[in-house]
Ligand binder design. Structure first.
Ligand code: ADP
Ligand code: MG
Length: 731
C-alpha cells in the first residue's frame, strides 16, 4: 500500500459534537464589531454626532473627539478580551496586512496600564519598505502611513490564544500615494457620488446628498481533505494542482450543483457563517457549485467599501475554519483542470442615501427615464473601458478561467435580457413605446401560486449581465480582492454619468422639453456603445469572431491585459476623477506584472521538483519492472515453456515503449523549461511575462500531459500523489 492509500484509509471528518440550538443570528450578529450602536452607547452625544458628521459629510473630527473614541474603543476591546490592536489594510499583494501593537503603556511611576490615544487610532506608521510599492519609492524610504477608515467598523479577530482589535485603515506612502487597494475604491465611490448627484439633480432630485456603489460578491471555493493537501506540493506552494489525471467521474452528470450538501461540508459552512455573523458579515446563501467539492457563499449586498472589507475577512475565516475541520479551503481560480474553476461574481449597483437602488427598473422600465439614463451610462462605461475591466481581473490564476471556454471569455460584453434589449433599441431610434406588461406564469395547478416572470432571463455565459436590479461582473477571480474591479467600474461609470449630464445640459440649450433632450442624448449613447451588447452564448466560437469584427478587446494574457492601466486614456480617466494618479497606475502595473511572473516562477519550479522527485523515480522503477518482465517472458517463449502469439509480446513492448517515451519527453521538457527560467533572468519584466505566457506555460502543459498519461497506466500502489478522484470525491 502506498502512503497515499494509507492516508485515504484514515480520512474521516472531525467529531464536531452537538451545539446548543437554536441560536438566533440576530442575538449575536456583529457582536465582535465596534458598531454604530456600541458607539452611540459609549460615546458622549457630541462626539457621536461629530463622528456621524465625519462619516456623512467628510468633516474630520477633532483630536479631543478622536481621543474619546480611541478610549471607548479600547475599553470595549478589552472588555471583549483583546489586549492588542492593529491597523488592518489591503496591501497591493492581495491579502490583508496587520501589524500588532499592545495597548500597554508605562506610566511615570513605572506602572503598566492600558492606553490608546486618538492619534494612534487615526494614524499609524508601519514600516512600508517591505510592501511592494511598484517603484513609488526606493526601499530605503520606509515611511508609510495607515489612516483610519471610519466608514468600516473596527472588529475583533479571535484565535485560541487571544484576541486583537483590528482597525480598518488605508495605507499610503510618505507622499500620500495609495499603497493599498482600498483608498482607490473609496476615491472611486466619491467620484460616483459626485457624478450621480449631478445627474439626479437634472431629474429633479435636488435633496440627495450621497450616492454610493453597492456590492454583493458571490464567493466560490473548493474544499479538500487536509491530508491530501499536505501530500501535494503544488497545492501547498501554488494553490492549484499542476499535474493530475482527470477523474472518470467529474462534473458531467451535473449532479453536484445545488445538490444536498454533505454533513462534513455543512458543519463547516455552519461554523464559517457563525464567525462571519459575529463580525457583522451578512452571508446568506450557501450551496454546492458545479464542480465536485466546489461550493459558494453569497452575502447580502452592502456598501462597496464594506463589502470589500467583509469579503477579505470572509476569505480569511473560510481558510481558518477549514483548518479546524481538517479541510483546506482552496480559493484559487483553477485548482483542478477539467472541472469548473472558481470565480467571484461581483454584483454591483448604486444607491442613494435614501436607500433607492438607482438600477431598479421598476415595473415599467420603458417609462422610467432616469433608470434608462443610468442603464445607458453603464453600458457606455463598459463599452468605453472594457479593456480596464479586463485589466482589473487579470492575474495568473484567473488566466486559467478567462478565455478558457468555461467561464466568461476574455471579451467583455453586456447582457440585458429580452425586455431591456427591446427598450434599448427603441432608445436608439429615439422613440419609446409602452411595452408589454410582465406576464404571469401559470403552473396549471390551482394549489400552486401564479408568479410573475422576471423582466430578464439569465445568461450564465455573459461576463457583465444585468440581473434584475444590478449588474453582475462575472470575470472576477475567486481569490481576488474586489476593491480594484469595483474602483474601475465606479470610475468608468462616474465618467459616463458626467458625459451624460454634460450632453443633456447641452441639448437643453436648444429644447425646453427635458424628455426630448434626454432621449436624444440616450439615442446617441446607444449608437456609440451598442457594440458591447450581446445576448447570445459567450462561450461560442462565433462570438469570438463577431467580437473581433466589432472591435472589442479580447485579451487572455494577463501581461497584455494589465497594459490597459497605463494607456493614456486610462491615466486621463483616473486622474480626472481623482482615483489613481499616473504614478499610482504605473506602480500597480509594475507590481501586478511582477506578481504574475513570480507566481509562474513558483509553479514551474514546484512542477519540476514534484516531477523529478516523485513522478520520475516511480516511473523508472515501473519501467524497470516491465523491462525485466519482458525479458523473462521472451526467455520463456524462446524455451517454449510458454506459448504466446507475437502480438502479446508486442503489446508488452508497447507498454514499455510508451512508458519510456513519457519519461523521456518529461525529462526533455523539464530541461527546456529550466533553460527558459534561466533565460527569463536576462529579460526585462515585459519580455519575461510575454515569454512566460507564450513559452513557459505551454511547456508546463506539455509536461503535465505526459505525467498524466503515466498516472493513468502506473500501478496505483506506486503513485504517491493524491489523485483527482480521491481529492474531489472522498470526504
Ligand atoms: P442571483 O442573481 O445570482 O440569483 P441574488 O439576486 O440572490 O442572486 O443576488 C446575488 C448577489 O447579488 C447577492 O450577494 C445579493 O446581495 C447581491 N445584490 C442584490 N442586489 C444588489 C444591489 N442592488 N447591489 C449590489 N448587489 C446586489
Ligand atoms: Mg449570481
Amino acid at each position: 500500500m502506498s502512503s497515499r492509500n494509507e492516508v485515504t484509509q484514515m480520512i474521516e471528518p472531525i467529531v464536531v459534537g452537538k451545539v446548543e440550538l437554536p441560536k438566533k443570528v440576530s442575538s449575536y450578529f456583529g457582536e465582535n464589531t465596534f458598531s454604530e450602536m456600541i458607539m452611540q452607547k459609549m460615546l458622549s452625544e457630541r462626539t457621536f454626532k461629530a463622528f456621524k458628521k465625519w462619516q456623512e459629510e467628510g468633516e474630520v473630527i477633532s483630536m479631543a473627539e478622536a481621543d474619546e473614541i480611541a478610549h471607548c474603543m479600547k475599553e470595549w476591546a478589552i472588555s471583549k478580551g483583546a489586549c492588542s490592536y492593529t491597523h488592518w489594510f489591503h496591501p497591493m499583494t492581495g491579502l490583508t496586512a496587520e501589524k500588532h501593537d499592545s495597548f500597554i503603556n508605562i506610566g511615570t511611576t513605572g506602572i503598566v496600564m492600558e492606553k490608546f490615544t486618538g492619534s494612534k487610532l487615526i494614524q499609524g506608521e508601519p514600516d512600508a519598505s517591505s510592501f511592494p510599492s511598484g517603484g513609488i519609492r526606493a526601499t530605503f524610504e520606509a515611511r508609510g502611513y495607515t489612516a483610519w477608515d471610519p466608514s468600516s467598523p473596527a472588529f475583533i479577530k479571535e484565535v485560541d490564544k487571544g484576541k486583537t482589535l483590528c482597525i480598518p485603515t488605508i495605507f499610503v506612502s510618505y507622499n500620500g500615494e495609495a499603497l493599498d487597494k482600498k483608498l482607490p475604491l473609496l476615491r472611486s465611490d466619491a467620484a460616483i457620488c459626485k457624478a450621480a448627484i449631478e445627474l439626479l439633480k437634472l431629474f429633479g432630485h435636488t435633496d440627495v446628498k450621497q450616492v454610493y456603489s453597492t456590492c454583493g460578491p458571490e464567493q466560490e471555493y473548493f474544499l479538500i481533505d487536509e491530508a491530501y493537501y499536505r501530500m501535494r506540493n503544488d497545492l501547498l506552494l501554488a494553490g492549484r494542482t499542476l499535474i493530475g489525471a482527470s477523474s472518470p467521474k467529474g462534473q458531467q452528470l451535473e449532479d453536484q450543483y445545488f445538490g444536498s450538501i454533505k454533513d462534513r461540508v455543512l458543519n463547516y459552512m455552519h461554523d464559517v457563517a457563525e464567525e462571519a455573523y459575529r463580525l457583522g458579515i451578512p452571508v446568506t446563501t450557501r450551496h454546492n457549485e458545479v464542480a465536485p467539492h466546489q461550493f459558494e457563499f453569497a452575502p447580502i449586498f452592502e456598501r462597496a467599501n464594506l463589502a470589500a472589507d467583509h469579503n477579505q475577512l470572509l476569505m480569511d475565516i473560510m481558510k481558518r475554519v477549514a483548518h479546524r475541520h481538517r479541510l483546506v479551503c482552496l480559493l484559487h481560480e483553477k485548482p483542478f483542470a477539467g472541472v469548473n474553476g472558481s470565480g467571484k461574481h461581483l454584483n454591483w449597483s448604486m444607491s442613494d442615501d435614501k436607500g433607492n437602488n438607482l438600477l431598479n427598473p421598476g415595473d415599467t422600465p420603458e417609462e422610467n427615464l432616469q433608470f434608462l439614463t443610468i442603464l445607458t451610462a453603464v453600458i457606455h462605461a463598459v463599452y468605453t473601458h472594457a479593456d480596464l475591466l479586463l485589466a482589473s481581473v487579470a492575474s495568473a490564476g484567473n488566466e486559467h478561467r478567462l478565455g478558457a471556454n468555461e467561464a466568461p471569455p476574455a471579451i467583455v460584453s453586456v447582457f440585458l435580457g429580452e425586455q431591456l434589449s427591446k427598450i434599448i433599441s427603441m432608445l436608439e431610434n429615439g422613440k419609446i413605446e409602452k411595452g408589454h406588461r410582465q406576464n404571469l406564469i401559470d403552473l396549471g395547478v390551482k394549489l400552486l401560486p401564479k408568479f410573475l416572470r422576471d423582466s430578464t432571463d439569465r445568461n450564465r455565459t455573459s461576463p457583465f449581465a444585468f440581473t434584475g436590479a444590478k449588474f453582475e461582473f462575472r470575470a472576477v477571480g475567486s481569490s481576488m480582492n474586489i476593491s480594484t474591479p469595483i474602483a474601475v467600474i465606479n470610475t468608468a461609470v462616474a465618467d459616463s454619468l458626467s458625459i451624460v449630464v454634460e450632453r443633456i445640459k447641452a441639448e437643453q440649450a436648444s429644447t425646453s422639453n427635458f424628455r426630448e433632450a434626454v432621449l436624444k442624448v440616450l439615442s446617441g449613447l446607444v449608437k456609440e456603445s451598442k457594440a458591447i451588447l450581446f445576448e447570445g452564448n459567450n462561450y461560442s466560437e462565433e462570438w469570438v469572431k463577431e467580437a473581433q469584427k466589432r472591435g472589442l478587446p479580447n485579451e487572455a494574457s494577463t501581461a497584455e491585459a494589465l497594459k490597459a492601466f497605463i494607456k493614456p486614456k486610462s491615466i486621463d480617466l483616473f486622474e480626472r476623477h481623482g482615483v489613481f494618479t499616473k504614478v499610482e497606475l504605473h506602480a500597480r502595473y509594475n507590481i501586478w506584472l511582477e506578481i504574475y511572473e513570480k507566481v509562474l516562477d513558483i509553479e514551474a519550479k514546484a512542477l519540476a521538483e514534484m516531477v523529478r522527485t516523485q513522478v520520475i523515480p516511480a516511473a523508472i522503477e515501473y519501467q524497470a519492472e516491465i523491462a525485466g518482465g519482458l525479458e523473462i517472458l521472451k526467455d520463456l517463449v524462446d524455451s517454449k515453456a510458454v506459448e504466446l502469439v507475437d502480438e502479446a509480446i508486442e503489446d508488452r513492448k508497447q507498454l514499455l515503449a510508451g512508458l519510456t517515451a513519457d519519461i523521456f519527453y518529461i525529462r526533455k521538457n523539464l530541461k527546456q523549461m529550466e533553460e527558459l527560467l534561466k533565460k527569463a533572468d536576462t529579460l526585462d519584466p515585459e519580455a519575461k511575462a510575454a515569454m512566460y505566457y507564450s513559452e513557459l506555460k505551454p511547456h508546463m502543459l506539455h509536461i503535465r500531459r505526459h505525467v498524466d498519461a503515466l498516472e493513468s497506466v502506473m500501478p496505483d500502489s506506486m503513485w504517491v500523489l493524491p489523485k483527482y478522484r480521491e481529492m474531489l470525491f472522498i470526504s
